[in-house]
Design a protein. Structure first.
Length: 287
């Protein structure tokens, strides 16, 4: 089992579950997806069950339903219905712990109805909009079924599907889109300058940046910068265009890292995240 101290909320989980306005965000998300109006909301996530090293799961009791949200940033996991079946069982067990005799009574007692959603923001086209537990059965039966709705929350898909009126979802999707396009450091600067997830940044301060850094991909940033510099080199016909361009972009990144250090980030964390050498550490920490 994963060490609990090493497992942290992802930005998705924090935005929709643990931040000050998370419940409001989650209600807005559910109402936008379903058209239903939520009257009562209660958090019901399991704190000792993790899908990955970072938490990307959110679950709420909305009125007479339990709603499960899971974020996917890569290829859809077709085993998700089975995993959610196990997860839901634990949640129902938790909800009945206050009166453990209920499940042994002869008279029927009512339980909230489940709904399951995978929110997908990966780059590959979706091959399915619904995942079914029965697809995993070795032989077809109709005695048990669990369906998971798959929702594309990439920025372009939100607009196409009319989901961009949900501000919390739109802001979250825009953050992820900017990380893909610009890399994490430039995405953070973009969010600050354009007032995106501003209430979250105000609440968590530097921790908000650290939350984004968990998604930081140094190789992706190098690829982005390398491709830009390659184009510049070809256009100018300069053999060293790539090398000079990467150096320039690296310096820009170091300026941003220096700003983050001044805001309170630990140099040990920054060194690990951005692969800083000794000379770069001196630059970042210099007054």
């Amino acid at each position: 089992m994963q060490d609990k101290l090493k497992v942290r909320d992802s930005l998705f989980s924090s935005w929709f579950y643990t931040s000050d306005r998370a419940e409001e965000h989650a209600i807005d998300l559910y109402e936008t997806l379903t058209g239903n109006v939520v009257h009562t909301a209660k958090k019901c996530r399991l704190e000792d069950v993790f899908f990955d090293q970072m938490r990307n799961d959110v679950s709420y009791e909305f009125d007479d339903k339990i709603v499960f949200f899971v974020e996917h940033q890569s290829t859809i996991n077709h085993n998700m219905p089975f995993r959610l079946l196990m997860y839901a069982g634990r949640v129902y067990e938790m909800l009945t712990n206050s009166d453990k005799t209920k499940k042994f009574r002869k008279r029927l007692f009512k339980i909230p109805a489940p709904e399951f959603y995978v929110l997908y923001n990966g780059d590959e086209p979706l091959d399915k909009r619904e995942l079914k537990l029965s697809d995993a059965f070795q032989v077809p039966v109709d005695s048990l079924e669990l369906k998971v709705k798959v929702v594309d929350i990439n920025l372009s898909a939100l607009k196409e599907n009319g989901l961009d009126n949900c501000k919390p979802l739109y802001e979250y999707s825009e953050v992820i889109e900017q990380i893909k396009m610009r890399g994490t450091v430039e995405a953070i600067k973009y969010c600050i300058n354009n007032d995106i997830i501003s209430d979250y940044i105000k609440q968590f301060g530097i921790e908000a940046f650290n939350m984004l850094f968990q998604n930081y991909d140094f190789e992706q940033d190098k690829k982005i910068y390398g491709e830009e510099c390659l184009e510049e080199g070809i256009e100018r016909g300069i053999e060293k265009g790539i090398e000079k361009g990467i150096e320039r972009e690296r310096h820009s990144t170091l300026e941003s890292v220096k700003q983050l250090f001044s805001l309170g980030s630990k140099i040990e964390d920054l060194k690990k995240i951005f692969h800083l050498n000794d000379e770069e550490v001196k630059f970042v920490t210099s007054v």
